[in-house]
Design a protein around this ligand. Structure first.
Ligand SMILES: [Zn+2]
Length: 188
């Protein structure tokens, strides 16, 4: 259901009083319903009130202002189509661990205590790209040291690749706590 809010009265002030819920993630859809990104609730409410976005899904309760109750958004949709290049997964430690399923790519152990290993070490010209970084447990990382793979006599579970930039992969880490997003992410 698409709702529109018409009035904007001391919105910014009211939102500041609303506490941590204002930082909850909200899925932002493009005008064609393609998932675009994730913003926080405060920004989502401001986008709705400024007429730049519509509320697509709520269900998280209400923000009470002096004059009205505002549904807390979970999914919003931009009024205007935003054109931008195809999204890519940002190369961060967290995303490397997620791509590798929190598993050391040398010994195969799953762990919350992982490091990022450069397969071709940086000092040997290895670059910081998806195809040269893997999750490694501290002991495998230590064992490999600064050596290239062949010299270390260690093997990788699988060759590292850039993860798919599907919406399901991009927004997957939010789905555990926001499973109502699933229907908006499927197929993109
Ligand atoms: Zn290991």
């Amino acid at each position: 259901m698409l709702l529109r809010f018409k009035s904007l009265y001391s919105l910014e002030y009211n939102l500041r009083q609303c506490g941590p819920i204002m930082n909850a993630p909200v899925l932002v859809l493009n005008a064609n319903f393609e998932p675009l990104n994730v913003c926080n609730t405060r920004r989502a409410v401001c986008l709705i009130f400024s007429g730049k976005a519509d509320l697509v899904m709520n269900g998280r309760g209400y923000i009470k202002t002096v004059t009205q109750s505002i549904p807390i958004p979970s999914v919003i949709r931009l009024e205007q189509m935003v054109h931008r290049p195809r999204m890519q997964v940002k190369l961060t430690r967290r995303e490397v661990f997620r791509r590798d399923n929190y598993t050391c790519q040398y010994c195969g152990r799953r762990s919350n205590n992982l490091t990022v290993d450069h397969v071709v070490p940086k000092h040997l010209g290895g670059i910081h790209t998806w195809t040269n970084v893997v999750a490694a447990c501290p002991s495998c990382n230590h064992r490999k040291g600064g050596r290239p793979l062949e010299e270390s006599q260690m093997t990788l579970l699988k060759p590292p690749r850039e993860p798919p930039a599907s919406a399901h992969y991009l927004f997957g880490r939010h789905l555990e706590h926001n499973d109502e997003w699933e229907q908006f992410i499927q197929g993109w």
